[in-house]
Write a protein that binds this ligand. Structure first.
Ligand code: SAM
Length: 277
């Protein structure tokens, strides 16, 4: 990095992994056992100087790594130049059409996502990967420990938030292992953890997904308030209307967002739709 005159960008969340045991563990978890019947393609977000990328390249048929920082391209050329199963794309992952990318780059492969995520875009990246309904098997990512706890929490428990419920709708999350801040350069102020999200069919079937997510966001936007009050203000509905909705959904109007389950959110969502029709 010194030779390339590279300096870290805090704004781009550049904390590079320097603990040699972490990348093989992550890559192993993401790609799984070698010699599977179907070839594996990996989409990596933010390869940095390529430490995780290398471990993925050793295990998968192909890796496509999306890196926003143009200054890292010559470094990656040097560190990973010997691999012919790598493609680096210089782009902002949030701006990319990932359906198109997967169709063009990973034909006939089972696709997984693996990344040491830039922490400033953890939630938008995860939500994009899930909401876009991409044909991917799993997402194995390093995130801040607090985010890991939130993403892997059980809905209806104190650690849950809007993203907890959204994640559980699309997949089964698991916290794989924790990583200390000394494993990075520069060391971040917070601890980290690697989580894995295994995608599956949605866990509940609300009539309208749009209403379902509106209800989740609205309820958690004022998580200390009762569901009656938070829904009334977030959906701009009269309290008596919300009372009827909650009654139809069989949800106690004094509950707080963190106590509600996926089924409760689906029932409220359907009751809102029935009420507005
Ligand atoms: N994978 C490397 C490692 O583990 O050492 C680097 C991880 S570092 C936490 C995050 C990487 O994501 C950086 O290389 C940064 O430049 C890149 N990045 C930041 N924002 C991005 C974006 N919107 N799209 C793609 N890459 C991004």
């Amino acid at each position: 990095m010194e030779r390339h005159g590279f300096t870290f960008s805090k704004a781009l969340g550049q904390n590079f992994l320097i603990n040699p045991s972490v990348c093989p563990r992550m890559a192993e978890a993401a790609v799984g056992e070698k010699n599977q019947d179907t070839p594996c393609g990996v989409l990596e977000i933010g390869p940095g100087i390529g430490v995780l990328t290398k471990e993925l390249l050793l295990r998968a048929e192909k890796v496509v790594a999306v890196e926003l920082d143009q200054r890292l391209l010559p470094v990656l050329d040097e560190t990973l130049g010997g691999f012919d199963n790598l493609k680096v794309i210089n782009a902002d992952v949030l701006e990319l059409d990932l359906h198109q990318l997967i169709a063009e780059e990973f034909e006939g492969m089972e696709v997984v996502v693996c990344a040491n995520l830039p922490y400033y875009i953890t939630s938008p990246v995860i939500m994009k990967l899930l909401e876009d309904r991409l044909p991917i098997r799993s997402i194995t990512v390093m995130v801040q420990k607090e985010a890991a706890v939130r993403l892997c929490a059980e809905p209806g428990t104190r650690d849950s938030s809007a993203i907890t419920v959204a994640v559980r709708y699309y997949c089964d999350p698991e916290l794989l292992f924790k990583v200390s801040s000394g494993s990075f350069m520069p060391a971040p102020k917070v601890e980290s953890a690697v989580i894995q999200l295994k995608l599956r069919e949605p866990a509940v079937h609300p009539k309208k997904e749009e209403t379902f997510f509106k209800v989740i966001k609205g309820t958690f936007s004022q998580r200390r308030k009762t569901v009656l009050n938070s829904l009334s203000s977030s959906l701009s509905l009269d309290k008596n209307a919300v009372r009827d909705i909650l009654k139809a959904a069989r949800v106690d109007e004094t509950s707080r967002a963190e106590r509600l389950t996926l089924e409760d959110f689906a029932n409220i969502s359907d009751a809102v739709d029935d009420w507005s029709n």
